[in-house]
Write a protein that binds this ligand. Structure first.
Ligand code: HEC
Length: 147
């Protein structure tokens, strides 16, 4: 009698576990629930629409010394930004791949309290829009690829 009860209990347990597994299985989405990381093209979404028109007037080596020792014209900017130390602020790095808030470029664009010099662009306002800064932040979050 006792063994029969145990066997019935085991059988019920198996049915319940199988039922839960089936229910979970049927709920499994076919697409991943976490959204894919938005890709950002440095050349097409940052250089062409932001750096070249808004920054490269001062940050260029054409006919002058680049402001802040930072050349942001097309073809030169990437090598001047990623993993390069700030000329003005000791210990700061212009772009730290994967770390938007820690990147001095972002701090200068957002006008963080502890930057050296002024918020960029230096002739602002207007400053960059929230969407433009978000694009730069996303690119850095993505690892700051040269794409
Ligand atoms: C009107 C000229 C001018 C424009 C336009 C301008 N800058 Fe600057 N920038 C400067 C000067 C001058 C400095 C150095 C003094 C300062 O930081 O205020 C500087 C410094 C910087 C620095 C710090 C460099 C370092 O290594 O410490 C960054 C980063 C920067 N600018 C980014 C930008 C970006 C990005 C833009 C465009 C959105 C921009 N600037 C537009 C003149 C300009």
């Amino acid at each position: 009698m006792r063994e029969t009860v145990v066997t019935i209990r085991s059988a019920i347990l198996v049915v319940v576990v199988a039922g839960v597994a089936t229910a979970c299985g049927s709920d499994t989405p076919t697409t991943p629930s976490t959204p894919a990381t938005p890709a950002v093209s440095f050349s097409q979404q940052i250089q062409a629409p932001i750096l070249t028109p808004t920054c490269a007037g001062c940050h260029t080596d054409e006919g002058r010394t680049p402001s802040g020792g930072l050349n942001l014209k097309a073809g030169a900017s990437y090598a001047q930004l990623v993993n390069v130390a700030s000329t003005a602020k000791a210990g700061a790095t212009r772009v730290i791949p994967g770390n938007p808030s820690g990147s001095y470029l972002v701090q200068k664009l957002e006008g963080a309290a502890d930057i050296v010099g002024l918020r960029m662009p230096r002739n602002g306002p207007p400053f960059l829009t929230d969407a433009q800064v978000a694009t730069i932040r996303q690119w850095i979050q993505n690892g700051a690829p040269n794409n």
